[in-house]
Ligand binder design. Structure first.
Ligand code: ADP
Ligand code: ZN
Ligand code: MG
Length: 476
């Protein structure tokens, strides 16, 4: 590779407030068009905005969680442009004086740790939505979303590979979820990312010209879009062309980006301080109160799971990446305090089950205390690890507790040596060739004998006992 990519991300996160940022309209999603509107968010002349305190609280929470410096005085500005979903003709946003600056997030990608700078976090209002009629050349305007509160988190151009951008984005997303300030839904637009991408010859100091890529609706697509954009720019340069500064749209079906418009410059927006809003002045004591109230964040939780609970980095990473999953794990642990087997049951069978049913962990048909009870049954030898999978599926399907299922279906593990020995003897008698081969050194056949014995006992034999007996008999 003779080129190096440079990537900076702009993340828009919709804040989970009950009302909009400058009026009392509901900020909830999915209502009939234009029912959550009032003179303020419709941009009626003479109406005046009033700042939502919750939105400020949430912005400050995010700022502190990402190591930013909180500006005790910030300002709102008008960003002027014309578009039918923007009734005032300007968007209220923070420009020269954002609520927070100079933060960072530590990430891990491609086997290396890295610190990504956060340039700034600012508050702004969202625009409305155009709904295009698929059958006629008609577009309709829905202003329910106009005025819902957003924070924009702008990174430094510190990332060098699509995987780093993915890790950064997942990290920001996880923090927003831990802070409970954003629902994080990428498909519904509650969490959006624009990727700024440029390339430069290896060793060159100056950045290349960047393109801004929009319209990615999943983490995977952000990485794919960036990888594609890097390739496109390198090929363009190698072919003697030049990259132009522009906004490009990602098409996930075609796996390509397409030019949408030339990139506007800040001066095109005629920013100026909004005369309808006072400067936002924060009480330092309030900021400190917010800092003290921050929950344990993903990276701290992950480190604690490793250091105190003895989980592997990888398992701890899986559990803490999603706040709901970490909560589920901790609830299960509060019932049955053996971290490793509880973790294994969650990251293995439970996640497989949820994936297959396309359910989030919050909607798990098996609640954490029931899962904990199942782990207890495995640990005390009542059921085998293998059978546990079946029991979990039946728990999900019927809503019954594990012990009831195990007893009703006769799934109790057989540890009785005499019974298992009988099965082992039958297996060995049925396979004299394999026995001879094993004794001749093909010890891999152990798996075959174990499998046959488990089959004979319908999976209920205690594998430890099976292994012990087979060893004893084959190596006698
Ligand atoms: P806007 O895109 O609204 O003009 P900024 O000028 O603040 O906003 O830049 C947006 C993003 O672009 C930031 O995340 C920044 O890190 C990134 N960026 C700036 N220059 C480059 C570059 N040459 N290559 C890649 N990313 C860049
Ligand atoms: Zn309103
Ligand atoms: Mg931008």
């Amino acid at each position: 590779m003779r080129y190096e990519a440079v990537i900076g991300l702009e993340v828009h996160a919709q804040l989970k407030t009950a009302s909009k940022i400058f009026c009392g309209c509901s900020a909830s999603f999915g209502a009939p068009p234009n029912t959550h509107t009032c003179p303020v968010c419709l941009g009626m002349p003479g109406s005046l905005p009033v700042l939502n305190e919750k939105a400020v609280l949430y912005a400050v929470r995010m700022a502190l969680a990402t190591n930013c410096r909180v500006n005790l005085e910030s300002r709102f500005a008008r960003k002027n442009y014309f578009y039918p979903d923007l009734p005032k003709g300007y968007q209220i946003s923070q420009y020269e004086a954002p609520v927070a600056e100079h933060g960072w997030l530590d990430i891990e990608a491609n086997g290396a740790a890295k610190r990504v700078g956060i340039t700034r976090i600012h508050m702004e209002e969202d625009a409305g939505k155009l709904v295009h009629d698929p059958h006629r050349p008609v577009s309709r305007v829905d202003l329910n979303r106009a005025g819902t509160p957003l924070i924009e988190i702008v990174s430094e151009p510190d990332m060098r590979a699509p995987e780093e951008a993915g890790a950064y984005l997942r990290g920001i997303h996880a923090i927003l979820r831990y802070l409970d300030i954003c629902d994080g839904n990428m498909e519904e637009g509650g969490f959006r990312c624009d990727a700024n991408v440029s390339v430069r010859p290896l060793g060159q100091k100056e950045f290349g010209v960047r393109a801004e890529v929009k319209n990615m609706n999943s983490f995977k697509n952000v990485e794919r879009a960036i990888a594609h954009e890097i390739r496109r720019q390198v090929e363009l340069i190698e072919d003697g062309g030049t990259v132009i500064q522009e906004t490009r749209l990602w098409d996930a079906d075609l796996g390509k980006t397409f030019s949408m418009r030339g990139k506007e410059e800040a001066r095109d927006y005629r920013y100026f301080p909004d005369p309808d809003l006072l400067p936002l002045v924060l009480d330092p004591a309030w900021v400190e109160e917010i800092r003290a109230g921050l929950p344990e964040l993903p990276q701290a939780k992950r480190a604690r799971y490793v250091a105190e609970l003895g989980l592997s980095q990888e398992d701890a990473g899986v559990l803490t990446a999603d706040h709901a999953l970490a909560r589920y794990f901790e609830e299960a642990l509060s019932v049955y305090n053996k971290p490793r087997p509880v973790c294994n049951q969650i990251t293995g069978a439970l996640l497989a089950l949820l994936n297959a049913k396309n359910l989030s962990v919050d909607a798990s048909p098996v609640p954490p205390e029931r899962l904990a009870a199942l782990v207890g049954l495995v640990e005390d030898g009542t059921v085998s690890g293998n059978t546990a999978k079946t029991v979990l599926e039946k728990m999900a399907a019927t809503g019954r507790p594990p012990r009831e299922i195990v007893e009703a279906e006769g799934l109790v593990q057989v540890s009785d040596e005499a019974l298992i020995e009988q099965a082992v003897d039958e297996v060995l008698a049925a396979g004299p060739d394999e026995v001879a081969a094993y004794k001749g050194g093909k010890t891999k056949l152990m798996g075959f004998f174990v499998g046959e014995t488990m089959r004979k006992t319908k999976g209920k034999a205690n594998p430890k006992v099976v292994n012990g007996l087979l060893k004893k008999k084959l190596e006698a």
